[in-house]
Design a protein around this ligand. Sequence first.
Ligand code: GDP
Length: 193
Amino acid sequence: MKVNKAELLISAVSRKQYPEDGLPEIALAGRSNVGKSSFINTMVQRKKLARISSKPGKTRTLNFYNINDELIFVDVPGYGYAKVSKKERAAWGPMMEEYISVREELRGVVQIIDVRHPPTADDIQMYQYLKYHELPVIVIATKADKVSKNKRPKHVKQAKNDLQLDKEDKMILFSAETGQGKDEGWSAIQNLM
Ligand code: GDP
């Protein structure tokens, strides 16, 4: 997909602030530092739409990005970061829960994992949580450029196995460095809309 427009609509903390234009939404979830901002920026061909490695401590919000007036990317704060304060961690759950449970525009979730390592306990818990809510999930296995080509299939197989990936969900090898997986990612996203 060629992205001509990508702009932040709002950073929301509660449902009163969600946009009201009815566009289909795709949420993006991932462990802090996994490469979520880089994924978003690669997909929309912008260097700095989503902030790379933005430090926790700033307000953690749901960031709604209008893409081509066709869909909205909803960037969810990263999970599993040890340095996040208890207070922030406590706020994360209800904010996510509210969004996931009330949002009719939500079509599915892109969950980003690091293909270099097996999914963490947090990754597995997040995937199970999304499946509990019966959401379609596209798993993006990023940083593929950091794993030698011949080892990638083994890593993907292991990750699918650890997550117990649903037959209906896809796992896509991705790299923000090389652009690998970008077209496949877009077609999977478009399939959800
Ligand atoms: P976020 O916290 O999940 O938004 O993660 P970022 O997008 O800020 O990325 C964290 C770090 O990983 C940064 O230093 C990125 O440059 C690096 N990174 C992200 N994606 C890739 C990738 O596909 N390949 C490589 N080699 N590095 C990546």
